[in-house]
Design a protein around this ligand. Structure first.
Ligand SMILES: C[S@@+](CC[C@H](N)C(=O)[O-])C[C@H]1O[C@@H](n2cnc3c(N)ncnc32)[C@H](O)[C@@H]1O
Length: 219
């Protein structure tokens, strides 16, 4: 690990112990800007988001939804794939939506990326309006995650893909913690009606788990 990354990790551990963790749940104010900067620049965070966007198998004309998009790293990676489609990023933090807009300025201007400040509890998308959906390190923060995932399933077309990603950030997190997180995400996707589940892992410390599922074709 590079020296700057090590210092960043140490600083984050200190910040988390002193109440900074809340800033990753709903970044606000100056501390929220710092949290967004960290998420937008920390190499593990950037790698995790780009990797997840790659797993979704996004095609050029796809319409893609990302919930809890934070500073918009995955939005940028998804938009680079959906070159003739659209990417909608949603987050309940105005600070994150501003950072995501800055990071995706050109695609927003071209109408290929839309960033919406709202909670996952208040999503109001038409049925079957997306081909794929993504959520990175955020599902654990949602109220009634199982209900939310059923609602997102309804916004996906039949055959649409969903990817849930987790890299546990609690103190002492290990490969076992990531495996437990993957099992939990699989259970949530199954309960929400997704099928053809598969789990992928990215070799970071701790490993990143991505569980992918498909909305069944039948009604
Ligand atoms: C740990 S950050 C991850 C951000 C981004 N996915 C990433 O990996 O860089 C969690 C994000 O989820 C958002 N979030 C948490 N609960 C939410 C909710 N109920 N509705 C919408 N966004 C939410 C937070 O504002 C925050 O930006």
């Amino acid at each position: 690990m590079a020296l700057t990354e090590k210092m960043l990790d140490r600083g984050l551990r200190w910040w988390s112990r002193h109440g900074g963790l809340a800033q990753f749940h709903r970044p606000a104010g100056a501390a929220g800007h710092v949290a967004g900067w960290v998420m937008g620049h920390r190499s593990s965070n950037v790698a995790r988001n780009r990797w997840a966007a790659g797993l979704l198998d996004v095609r050029p004309a796809d319409r893609v939804l990302e919930v809890g998009c934070g500073p918009g790293v995955a939005v940028a990676a998804l938009a680079a794939r959906a070159t003739r489609g659209t990417v909608v990023g949603v987050d309940h933090s105005p600070v994150m939506i501003r950072q995501a807009r800055r990071r995706n300025r050109a695609a927003v201007r071209a109408g290929r990326v839309r960033l919406v400040c709202t909670s996952v509890e208040d999503l109001a998308f038409d049925a079957e309006s997306f081909d794929a959906a993504l959520a990175v390190n955020t599902v654990g923060m949602w109220p009634d995650a199982a209900v939310r995932l059923r609602e997102i399933a309804g916004a996906l077309r039949p055959g649409g893909r969903m990817a849930l990603v987790s890299q546990p950030r609690c103190a002492g997190a290990s490969a076992a913690t990531s495996a437990a997180a993957a099992a939990e995400l699989s259970g949530l996707l199954t309960d929400a009606g997704f099928e053809e589940l598969r789990t992928e892992s990215l070799d970071l410390d701790p490993p990143v788990a991505c569980v992918l599922g498909t909305r069944p074709n039948r009604a």
